[in-house]
Design a protein around this ligand. Structure first.
Ligand SMILES: *Cc1c(COP(=O)(O)O)cnc(C)c1O
Length: 402
């Protein structure tokens, strides 16, 4: 018998499997309603159009689309991303570069490797996106977290956090934020707070990473502009992806920002995978250029709005007093604050008995806390499952509270 564990590197030993993932394996077995996932509704994938484009791309551009391509990305795709971004209000400035990545997840990883050293501090919302925490984990960064309310990051608190960090001489580099349709919180930052955040980034000389997979499919209008568009000093790196507007399986994202920063990300990417799938880039470029994505967006918005409405109505109807939740205008999640003292992991055990699962909120708090919070997904389950799932969670809460 070979003892495989002796071959494991220090690095891989330091990675621990998420205990929540383990818990969620239960779902795959039984007759359990899951409000725990984070998957888009497969009905949001324009399958026929993608099939047609894939065939035509291979027939027409096969020699290029199946070949190795530049680390930065296929210029045909980079141009399509630029036009798509500008069309949707995301500024691409003189001096900006764009890089294609294997989903936004890789962009986060590249950012970490290119700009963060062990012991550097990253400022995030509390709660924040788990994918970002995972991408930065191996570097040994530390976090300063800023509480949110129904409108997202409290920039008054951000100011306090930055002031304190500076007085303590902490090595601050980056604000990582999901300003629009936050994952996991479902919040959207209003314009005045966006301006305030950028002023603070200037004052404290930080780079801002704006992770924006959702603004294209926000199903309610809000008068907000991307931080990238409001940025006057060239310190925002904007990330987006086809994962929520076309298909996550294409594994295709991009980062737009000042070229000196983007070119450092490119250096890291070259070491990892040479380049992003050429074929995925050609398919997505065609989907953008032919207007497939733009024409499909209203359908995705309707789909998710209906489910969001089902979830908010069920919460309103079933939840006991003393519970608060966000009212997202887009994205995939509603965030719930349970009364102080209710532990959502313990609640989850009860919920599983009742045949429903959600994600407890504490893993989204990199500096601890959040034990009385949870994340509910509305994109994947049907409206009927959402209703019944929320009803069961409410029942579990009542029992928990005795
Ligand atoms: C879904 C999501 C992404 C998308 O990641 P990909 O790697 O592009 O699939 C990025 N950031 C946030 C906050 C998300 O919710």
């Amino acid at each position: 018998m070979v003892d495989y564990s002796k071959f494991f590197s220090e690095y891989v030993r330091s990675i621990k499997a998420s205990d929540i993932r383990e818990l969620l394996k239960i779902v795959e077995k039984g007759n359990v309603i899951s409000l725990a996932g984070g998957l888009p509704d497969p009905r949001s994938f324009p399958k026929d159009e993608i099939a047609k484009i894939a065939r035509e791309v291979i027939e027409r551009f096969g020699e290029k689309a199946l070949q190795y391509s530049p680390t930065r990305g296929v210029s045909y795709f980079l141009e399509a991303v630029k036009n798509f971004s500008i069309r949707h209000g995301v500024a691409v400035n003189e001096g900006d570069g764009i890089i294609t990545t294997v989903g936004s997840q890789q962009a986060l990883y590249l950012l970490g490797r290119a700009f963060l050293d062990p012991g550097d501090y990253v400022v995030t919302e509390e709660p924040t996106y788990l994918g970002a925490l995972q991408a930065f984990r191996g570097i040994g960064v530390r976090y300063l977290t800023v509480p949110i309310d129904e409108d997202g990051m409290r920039t008054d608190k951000l100011e306090e956090v930055l002031k304190k960090a500076k007085s303590e001489g902490l090595r601050l580099k980056m604000i990582y934020t999901v300003p629009t349709c936050h994952n996991p919180a479902g919040t959207t930052l209003p314009m005045d707070r966006r301006r305030h955040l950028l002023e603070l980034a200037e004052e404290y000389d930080l780079i801002v990473v704006e992770d924006d997979p959702y603004s294209f499919i926000a199903f309610e209008e809000r008068d907000v502009k991307p931080l990238k568009t409001l940025d006057r000093s060239g310190r925002v790196i904007y990330l987006s992806t086809v994962s929520k507007i076309l298909a996550p399986g294409l594994r295709l994202g991009w980062a737009i920002g000042p070229d000196p920063l983007i070119s450092r990300m490119e250096l890291v990417k070259q070491e990892i995978d040479l380049h992003t799938s050429t074929l995925s880039q050609y398919i997505a470029a065609e989907a953008m250029n032919r207007g497939v994505i733009d024409r499909h967006i209203p359908f995705i918005k309707r789909l998710y709005r209906e489910k969001r409405d089902a979830m908010l109505a069920a919460l309103e109807e079933y939840m006991p007093e003393g519970i608060k939740w966000t009212k997202p205008i887009g994205g995939l999640f509603v965030w719930v604050w349970l009364p102080e003292g209710v532990n959502s992991r313990k609640l989850l055990e009860k919920a599983i008995e009742k045949g429903v699962v959600f994600v407890p909120g504490d893993p989204f708090y990199p500096s601890g806390g959040g034990e009385n919070t949870m994340r509910l997904n509305f994109s994947y389950p049907s409206p009927e499952e959402i209703r019944e799932g929320v009803r069961r969670i409410a029942e579990a809460i009542r029992e928990y509270q005795g």
